[in-house]
Design a protein around this ligand. Structure first.
Ligand code: PEP
Length: 261
């Protein structure tokens, strides 16, 4: 993290954990602990399940907290007969800032493809939500030596027909699938190498100026004990955190990454 124009982001992806009552206690705990200096240094984002978004919004609004929140998915459709889906306009009404799109669990369990990810990125932009696009390779792909090509193809697919002014605002999360929830963390150098490759790809598709603005996060078994070394990499602008973000105390330590060993 060396570029001053890119504010670091620490984003907690709760996945299908923490119910709406627990989410109120969680956000209150964050509110007690976070101070101005934390918010000034790092953007704090949480991705609660859909059922908690209203509760999270209410606590954040009531106390004017500088915590932003996102949805873990978004429908590619505006409205209609899509049972179980949630549209971008519904999320916007709840003052959601981010839509997490293309998480590897959605790609694996819900058969999301680069095309459907691209459609969701467009739906987010149409509704003034910032896409946080997750990409990354499986262990097989890494072992076959194709991790970079695979990940950059996912980027190209996700960004198809997206204009540069939107691209400079969005966030890309590089999450090697083999490091998610496994305790296996990529080395800081692995995170840097892929983040740089992603930035160079964005420069090639758009411009260096756009690439310099895009924030690139690393995700995969991040915790307080390893976050600092990852954040010291020049092209890593933050982290997407799953398991470790379920404990607000651990998430707070991650948010205070410069103080960690
Ligand atoms: C994730 O699911 O986005 C993630 C990074 O999970 P974990 O931190 O548990 O590996």
């Amino acid at each position: 993290m060396t570029n001053d124009s890119r504010k670091p982001v620490m984003a907690g992806n709760w996945k299908m954990n923490i119910n709406h009552l627990e989410s109120i206690a969680y956000v209150n705990k964050m509110a007690f602990s976070l101070i101005e200096a934390d918010y000034a240094r790092t953007e704090v984002v949480i991705f609660p399940p859909f059922t908690n978004i209203r509760s999270v919004q209410t606590v954040i609004d009531a106390d004017h907290l500088a915590i932003t929140y996102g949805a873990q998915d978004i429908s590619a459709h505006d409205s209609g007969a899509y049972t179980g889906e949630i549209s971008g306009s519904m999320l916007k009404k709840l003052r959601v800032t981010y839509a997490l799109i293309g998480h590897s669990e959605r790609r694996a369990y819900h058969h999301e493809t680069d095309e459907s990810v691209n459609a969701k990125v467009k739906a987010a932009i149409k509704n003034d939500l910032i896409p946080m696009i997750a990409v990354g390779e499986t262990l097989d792909i890494r072992q076959s030596g194709n991790a970079v090509d695979h990940t950059l193809n996912q980027i190209q697919g996700a960004l198809k027909d997206i204009r540069s002014n939107y691209v400079s605002e969005l966030v890309i999360a590089y999450e090697p699938v083999w490091a998610i929830g496994t305790g296996e963390v990529a080395t800081p150098q692995d995170a840097q190498d892929m983040s740089l490759a992603i930035r160079q790809k964005v420069a090639k598709l758009y411009s260096q100026d756009v690439a310099d603005k895009v924030r690139i996060l690393y995700g995969g078994s991040v915790k307080a004990g390893n976050v600092k070394a990852i954040m010291e990499q020049p092209d890593v602008d933050g982290a997407l955190i799953g398991g470790a973000a379920l404990d607000p105390d651990e998430f707070l330590r991650i948010i205070r990454w410069p103080d960690q060993p």
